[in-house]
Design a protein around this ligand. Structure first.
Ligand code: GLP
Length: 260
């Protein structure tokens, strides 16, 4: 696991945007796994800007989002599909048929989840999976106790996640209890994982994820077993990492060919 510590959130977000830009420029038909949450919003804004400046062409890019609320239509203002439309899809030249999302209104959820997995496989697998992290260690919506080998399926949110995600809904009572999410195993199959975390509220979980035991109690800790995972954090989110200085040293001494 490579841990990149940036002085502030803006620089961490820029670093992640640069990594995504390099991926798309090197491989214009990249299959990207995308995440929602407040953390990646500035990353999407940076990608939109790069697109407007003519640096990024999304026409051949294929996307798969991590998760969606069960019971919300794509055009619901709090759906993750709506979020992506607002922050990225509506502002770049992605080809609509290349955009994939779990369907919150699927009639047969297990069959839909199996189709989603098959579609990822059919696209050749995910080249780069962007991730955020929940305060309880979830990635996608794989809450604590999720199998580290899990595939796309329905999950029940924890009361804490319901509360954390209530902003758009007005109150926690309005937040759906169920979601469809790629599994930890699905995420682990991506060729590269790129996790962004900013702010002091993420400091505890970043330390547990990167330096604690690999356990279903912190689903993101499975990323320690990923052969190619980059974690980009700001100083606030890095505050509780015990090998803080070493990560910085590694980054400063990176061979030029490894740099973005
Ligand atoms: C949700 C999403 C996750 C995201 C997490 C953190 O639960 N399903 O993919 O990482 O929120 O959100 P935020 O970035 O707002 O802290």
């Amino acid at each position: 696991m490579e841990i990149i510590i940036k002085p502030n959130a803006a620089e961490a977000q820029q670093e992640v945007a640069r990594i995504l830009r390099r991926q798309i420029q090197r491989q214009p038909d990249s299959v990207l796994g995308l995440a929602t949450g407040s953390t990646p919003i500035p990353v999407y804004a940076a990608l939109v800007k790069m697109h407007q400046q003519g640096e990024l062409d999304f026409s051949r890019v294929i996307t798969f989002n991590l998760d969606e609320y069960v019971g919300l239509a794509a055009d619901h203002p709090c759906s993750y599909r709506g979020f992506m439309q607002q922050h990225l899809f509506g502002k770049v030249n992605l080809t609509p048929k290349n955009i994939h999302f779990p369907d919150g209104l699927a009639k047969d959820v297990p069959a839909h989840c199996a189709e989603y997995e098959a579609a990822i496989g059919g696209a050749g697998g995910i080249d780069l999976q962007l991730l955020g992290i929940g305060r309880d260690g979830h990635i996608g919506f794989n809450e604590p106790s999720s199998s580290l080998a899990s595939r796309t399926r329905i999950k029940t949110l924890t009361p804490q996640t319901v509360k954390d995600n209530a902003k758009c809904f007005g109150s926690p009572d309005q937040v759906p209890r169920h979601v469809i999410t790629m599994g930890v195993g699905t995420i682990m199959d991506s060729r590269h994982c790129l996790l962004l975390a900013t702010g002091e509220a993420k400091a505890d979980v970043i330390a547990r994820m990167a330096e604690g035991a690999i356990t279903a109690d912190v689903p993101a800790s499975a990323l320690q077993m990923h052969p190619s995972c980059t974690v980009v954090v700001d100083e606030a989110a890095a505050a509780k990492l015990k090998r803080h200085e070493y990560y910085r040293w590694v980054y400063e001494n990176k061979p030029p060919w490894q740099r973005v």
